[in-house]
Design a protein around this ligand. Structure first.
Ligand code: TPP
Ligand code: MG
Length: 463
């Protein structure tokens, strides 16, 4: 009897066990199938290897070549890049429909530069850029509707339609600047204010390869380096300054090396992850060591501005090749899908939602009116110190605020006093070598002089 009970129990537990095993096998098979499927969507985060494209100079530590991102971050990055791309497509259409007049420089193709840097920035960091600024306007907090209305010169625009494409601002965002290179010394100035404020914030100052040869760029490097200002100089090298290829305007196209003795990093500006890591490294670096240069190698898909078809100085094939092989959005989409962070369907849905919301923003922008004539001289200054507005003799316009103005505590100007505690910059090793060489030369010179002196001492005095 007992033996029969034991036999029955053993049979039962064997059955249970084999059932468990079958269940396990089934689960495992499902899991494997999902893993191999291009549409799987199971990873909550992934560590991605960044192709080794960094080049560094005058640095002893380097940006990381791996990055760990989670689903939410991947989705946010994809959304930001796709929004900027769509925003420019709509701006292009509005320009062609003559709703946008004047200048309009599109950013399509360069999205990874701004999204990558922005992902590494803290909310309290500051930024200034040139006229190709729509992507940055969006990332620095302006809504697509405000940007499109600004382009169209409407009062719903972020500057009530009085700034246009090149002059949009927000807190900690100093535009949009139309004078090539002018924003770079301004960025150094913001860096000086931030250093005085002593809260550990940094300023990113962007300029193009076409601006990189200007004298004021080197003057800004010099003073920033001398005073160890927390500034990241970013050269957005899109290979062209208007219709001039970089090789025709620059004796050296290694823009990251050109700030002697500033350190520099070259990064693939079409790779958002590499861009992020370079910016993250730079933010850490400038707080401790002083300024640094990042050269982001990128490409613009449209002409220089809307009035340039962009095909007389480069071939359509060249643009098509970059679009098919180096497109920053396609790269990010592929890598995140292959890592299981996003799915094809999810990306499609995001694209559709963005298309809809930007189209709605454009419609809303178009319905807004232009500001009235009287408002043209309003909001010229944030904090006007004079009674009227200069150079309005005859009209004598009094200053007044009509629309939104930037908050006064942009940077706490009260603490803007000359920094007397500046320490001399730690001398980078290359300079130390130079100094040693200079000392050696001086010694030789001294030796020569004393030799000459003793020789001349030997000479009989002329009478
Ligand atoms: C001081 C000054 N000189 C010339 C111009 C005319 N200009 C406008 S954009 C540009 C080319 C700048 O190229 P780059 O710096 O590479 O910027 P990208 O347009 O490629 O973003 C020039 C010469 C200007 N706006 N300001
Ligand atoms: Mg350029």
């Amino acid at each position: 009897m007992l033996a029969a009970v034991v036999r029955a129990r053993v049979r039962q537990s064997f059955k249970n066990w084999s059932y468990d095993l079958r269940l396990f096998r089934w689960f495992y098979k499902e899991y494997e199938e999902q893993r191999e499927s291009p549409h799987h969507n199971y990873a909550s985060e992934a560590t991605i290897e960044i192709p080794d494209t960094f080049k560094c100079i005058r640095l002893e530590t380097f940006p990381s070549k791996t990055i760990t991102i989670n689903k939410e971050q991947a989705e946010r990055i994809y959304k930001q890049m796709a929004t900027i791309r769509r925003l420019e497509t709509v701006a292009n259409a509005m320009y062609k429909a003559k709703l946008v007049r004047g200048f309009c420089h599109l950013y399509s193709g360069q999205e990874a530069v701004c999204v990558g840097i922005h992902a590494a920035m803290r909310p309290t960091d500051h930024l200034i850029t040139a006229y190709r600024c729509h992507g940055w306007c969006y990332l620095m907090g302006l809504k697509p509707m405000e940007i499109l209305a600004e382009l169209a010169g409407r009062e719903a625009g972020c500057q009530r339609g009085k700034g246009g494409s090149m002059h949009m601002y927000n807190k900690r965002f100093y535009g949009g600047n139309g004078i090539v290179g002018a924003q770079v010394p301004l960025g150094a100035g913001i860096g000086l204010a931030l250093k005085n404020e002593a809260k550990g914030n940094v300023c990113v100052a962007l300029y193009g390869d076409g601006a990189a040869n200007q004298g004021q760029i080197f003057e800004a490097y010099n003073i920033a380096c001398l005073w160890r200002l927390p500034v990241i100089f970013v050269c957005e090298n899109n290979e062209y300054g208007m219709g001039t290829k970089m090789h025709r305007s620059s004796c050296s196209i290694e823009y990251y090396t050109r700030g002697v003795p500033l350190p520099g990093i070259y990064v693939d500006g079409m790779n958002i992850l590499a861009m992020h890591n370079a910016a993250e490294f730079a933010i850490g670096f400038v707080q401790k060591e002083g300024p640094i240069i990042i050269e982001a190698h990128t490409y613009r898909y449209f002409g220089h501005s809307m009035s340039d078809p962009g095909t007389s100085y480069r071939s359509r094939d060249e643009v098509a090749e970059v679009r098919s092989k180096r497109d920053p959005i396609s790269y990010f989409k592929e890598i995140t899908i292959s890592q299981g962070l996003l799915t094809e369907d999810q990306c499609k849905k995001i694209d559709e939602d963005i298309r809809k919301s930007i189209d709605e923003a454009a419609e809303k922008a178009k319905k807004s009116n232009e500001v009235k004539k009287e408002e043209l001289w309003a909001d010229v200054y944030m904090d006007n110190k004079e009674v009227g507005i200069r150079d309005t003799i005859g009209n004598r316009h009094k200053h007044f605020h009509a629309g939104k103005t930037l908050e006064k505590d942009h940077i706490k100007l009260k603490s803007f006093t000359p920094d007397t505690k500046l320490e001399p910059k730690d001398i980078p090793f290359e300079i130390k070598e130079w100094e040693a060489q200079m000392e050696a030369i001086k010694d030789v010179e001294k030796g020569k002089k004393s030799n000459q002196k003793s020789k001349s001492d030997d000479k009989p005095e002329k009478k």
